[in-house]
Design a protein around this ligand. Structure first.
Ligand code: NAP
Length: 297
């Protein structure tokens, strides 16, 4: 089968499309014929060898955590899923024709494989950070870096829970953020004043890692009301860095419920073939993805 792989840590040019042995579903796992794989920033962080603690990587290694596809092998001890089911979920080496998943759910009606591949990690992260920051219905949540994959999910989930959301994003994403139900403003010079004019902030999320922890603490008045997923230095200011994934099956079930109610939609910014994996990483690393980028198999 075709698979994207890298034999050394480095830039996008280390990615190669190779012929590889097909993986098989061990106990508690399923294998899917991948139709699409989500492109997440962690994919290029793994490729660069930045996150070996959280993602131990033996070379040569495959790329990709998220996928949507058709179940074609079921491991020992797995029930509730059948060969031929359309599923989305998380696993490893998903930029490939076949991949093994460790967590999955049936794909919601009305989603294409391409769209479905964009949800798993993003929704798990969004639900986790909303829970960890402890924001309640009726309160206001500020989201720095609101137009990316995680931000898009946070805005919609928080809004569905009766939380007011203020999102920061680039100038070209202001209408996008408003379309997701947020009060929107741009980041950059003077941004904290613009946020203050939009309202009082009860809790804040740093999703962009753009060096704004001090400002987020000032805006909320309490470092315990701020959570970052992108700034490893956040704990120096008393702010929690969230890096331990919660339950992916629970997140997928919640995503399916929200999608079915028309409350959650993560747009696909651009699709790539497996041969274009390096281009997908270059585009993701540029740091201005709206929604999610996806590899189509
Ligand atoms: N710790 C964890 O568990 C965890 C989990 C998932 C992701 N992450 C990390 O969290 C980050 C976000 O993930 P993602 O998947 O949402 O990324 P993404 O889809 O690539 O989105 C990044 C977003 O950051 C925004 N941005 C860029 N510069 C900014 C700035 N100076 N101020 C505010 N926003 C800015 C961009 O908005 P514009 O396009 O509007 O400029 C873009 O939409 C990544 O660094 C990822 O590695 C961590």
């Amino acid at each position: 089968m075709k698979k994207v792989s890298f034999a050394e840590f480095g830039g996008p040019d280390v990615l190669q499309l190779i012929d590889a042995e097909e993986p098989h579903a061990g106990p508690g796992r399923i294998r899917v014929a991948v139709r699409a794989a989500g492109v997440n920033p962690v994919d290029w962080r793994v490729r660069e060898g930045q996150v070996l603690g959280a993602h131990p990587t033996e070379l040569p290694a495959g790329v990709g955590l998220d996928a949507a596809g058709i179940v074609d092998e079921i491991g020992e001890g797995v029930d509730g899923v059948e060969v031929g089911d359309r599923v989305f979920g998380e696993g490893s080496s998903t930029y490939a024709e076949f991949a093994v998943l460790s967590a999955w759910a049936r794909m919601p009606e009305g989603l294409t494989f391409e769209e479905a591949a964009g949800y798993p990690s993003v929704v798990e992260t969004a639900l986790r950070v909303i829970r960890e920051v402890g924001v309640l219905p009726g309160q206001t949540l500020l989201v720095s870096g609101a137009s990316g994959g995680v931000g898009s999910a946070v805005l919609q989930i928080a809004r569905d829970r009766g939380i007011t959301v203020i999102g920061t994003g680039g100038a070209s994403n202001q209408d996008y953020l408003r379309g997701l139900g947020a009060l929107a403003t741009t980041y950059g010079e003077g941004w904290t004043e613009r946020v203050r004019r939009l309202g009082r902030v009860d809790a804040a999320l740093d999703l962009a890692g753009s060096g704004v922890i001090r400002e987020l603490v000032e805006l909320t008045g309490d470092p315990r009301r701020v959570v970052s997923i992108a700034d490893l230095g956040a704990p120096v200011s008393g702010v929690r860095f969230s890096g331990v994934a919660g339950s992916v099956p629970d997140a997928l079930a919640e995503a399916a419920r929200l999608i079915a109610r028309g409350k959650l939609r993560i747009p696909v910014e651009k699709s790539y073939t497996l041969a274009e994996a390096a281009e997908a990483h270059i585009d993701s690393q540029a740091g201005h993805t709206r929604g999610r980028r996806v590899m189509v198999v």
